[in-house]
Design a protein around this ligand. Sequence first.
Ligand code: PMV
Length: 321
Amino acid sequence: MNKITATAPGKCILFGEHAVVYGYTAIVSTIEINSTCSIQMTRKSQIRWNFPNFGNKFEISIENLVNDPEYLSKISNNPFFQFYFLLNQIISDFNLNPKGMEITVSSNLWSNSGLGSSASTACAYVKALDEFFLLNLSQEQLNRFAYSMEKFVHGNPSGIDNTVITQGGLLKYKGPNFSQITGIPRIPLLIIDSGISHSTAEAVNKVRKFKEKSPEIVGEIFQKIEEISNQGISALKKGNIDELGNLFRRNQTLLEKLDLSNPTIGKIIEIGKELGIYGVKITGAGMGGALIAVDSEEKLQKFQKRLKIDRFRTLLTYIGK
Ligand code: PMV
């Protein structure tokens, strides 16, 4: 069999991160930066996974590719365990008889930064397995398998990442329900890497503790975020960049109240303000990771140049059509 290659995009949350974990609305879009998974059949009686972004490899003989509890406990600490888990799950669900395989999973997304690299690689992987084993999975099945991998990485994620990545485009997400937002004009978006790797589980835990301690304060913050998310939909449909910028800024202020910012994020926001760019916010879990900025393409290019001086990585991308 020829080599199979599947890709999946990354994502960024425009509005509503964290609140979405508690059932509030979030707005999320795929971005034009991809992850790739390729699968090649081999003559060896082993499965090998390659993760070139991490310089890591992981192999298992076909005879060990069974639900042997002792063997599973030995490898369960492997950071790529979810790839093994999913293959095993698919083999048992569809009663497959796997042969030797060489699997390579890579991503152009910055990892641990809020751009959905784990969900994106999971979706590319599930799509490649679907094609390789001719399973003809529905979108719902693809999403469910990708979510089961996400749970290994993030504990109890809202499911927003795997859902938008399997659906594509822009979504209004109120877990587990979602609807596609259509008719959005092409809007430029600058993605900025704060350079600080974050842990989604840690950030979600921090908000959970705050909510347990001060349910009314956090409930009020989430309610305001919900309003911003809903206003965001009409600003997106109108392609109104000023309004979007204003909503980004208000959402960011509320994320700061949840203590998800830090001095580096603050510095990036200040640099934006010096250039007259006010629509800058965390995307995803915060405490580091990526930020997004919305403004005219020209101003975002200036922002990009200015951030380069301070060695911040940036990517100019687009949402909408
Ligand atoms: O930083 P990311 O891409 O893992 O996004 C996390 C988004 C949260 O709302 C904070 C958590 C979730 O599960 O939705």
